[in-house]
Design a protein around this ligand. Structure first.
Ligand code: CMP
Length: 134
């Protein structure tokens, strides 16, 4: 079914000047970018966005990394876009990501893993409305 998902190109990938290389992969896969903006997140915004992880040991480093530079936030539309985006991204830890995925090619470690994508329909709806008015 046609659905939207939220994708964030993280500060490590924005700093490497590879926004275009990453969004090309979505376009090649037939996902449509129907919303996009570059933002400098505040500590509060990043903490709220990742509230599900607030008790985890990596929360503070995750939030500090996410505010270390601008991010590119986008809405991807397409059939099964949530699952397909997850396949294109690869596993969270770049060391475990399949060859040819974004995290395998551009990620460095668990924190500097190039990209975020919504993990379910419920989080896609919350995450899109967190950043976009639509
Ligand atoms: P992301 O898809 O943005 O969702 C939550 C983020 O937390 C995840 O990518 C990783 O960058 C980070 N993360 C998840 N698990 C760990 C972990 N075990 N150690 C460090 N960072 C993690």
């Amino acid at each position: 079914c046609k659905e939207n998902t939220l994708s964030i190109i993280k500060p490590d990938a924005v700093a490497k000047n590879i926004i275009g290389s990453i969004i090309s992969r979505f376009e090649t896969a037939g996902l449509i970018i129907v919303g996009a903006k570059i933002l400098q997140l505040t500590y509060i915004q990043a903490s709220e966005f990742y509230f599900e992880h607030q008790k985890k040991y990596f929360f503070d480093s995750l939030v500090n990394f996410m505010i270390s530079g601008p991010v590119f936030v986008q809405i991807l539309e397409g059939n099964n876009s949530i699952q397909r985006n997850r396949e294109i991204m690869g596993a969270t830890d770049p060391a475990n990501a399949l060859a040819g995925t974004i995290r395998s090619d551009y990620g460095y470690n668990y924190t500097k893993n190039a990209i975020h994508g919504s993990d379910s329909k419920k989080s896609a709806i919350r995450e899109i409305s967190y950043f976009f008015d639509t």
